[in-house]
Write a protein that binds this ligand. Sequence first.
Ligand SMILES: [Zn+2]
Length: 257
Amino acid sequence: MEKFNQSILVVHAHPDDTEAFCAGSLACLQKEGWEIHIATLTAGGMGGIGSTEVETEKRRKEEARKAAEVIGGKYYCLGGRDGFLMDTPEIRVEVTALMRRIKPGVVMTHLPFDYHSDHRTTCNITEVAALMTTLPNHPSEEPPLERTPLLYHTAPFTFSDTLGAPITPPHFFLNITEVMDKKMEMLAFHESQIELMRVMHKMDNFFEEMAQYNVDLGKMVGCKYAEVYWQHLGGGFQKAPLLQEVLHKKIILKEGE
Ligand SMILES: [Zn+2]
């Protein structure tokens, strides 16, 4: 397999998305010696109850930074606005420039048909930003990369598409039982979301509901807690199954295997 850097950049829309969707896998990668980088395209300013947008952004960036630190990760917040995320030339350049600085072997983002508009927009921006990393005419000030990072997608919280229909089966499940405590430790920094989830999603206990999601995924493949992934196998990207090989001891390819 071609040599890819042992570093991962996760690009999600909001400060708690990474902890909710893929923190267990990041903890596994950290154990394998990988560098962990977590970026959000917004600071989650709409996710506040009793605090202004600016106050909420400040608080949530700090929550995300502390959560990333649990697995030795670095956190970056880019210039999008929560709930108003637009796919603009400026943010595309910003994301490509970040990728060129970090030089990740793997980039991970939301699914193209996720339930949340900001998530879908983030996916689109991230996909095209990754494709641009190697192109010398791209207007980023950072020099081009030698190879395009591999791209993977994380599951939406609902495990359904925009209209609520079941989504295409994941390419693999990852057994995160051994690192579930790390994932919960990371999620626990997002205290600002407890009240918000109570009001917005009628979730009485945000952290327990998140853990239940991993339990539900685990039940599909016979382990206690799982996360799920799709590799981007469409045109323009290499298809080397790098994460599947690095994490092979914890990978379950699909239900029943
Ligand atoms: Zn989100």
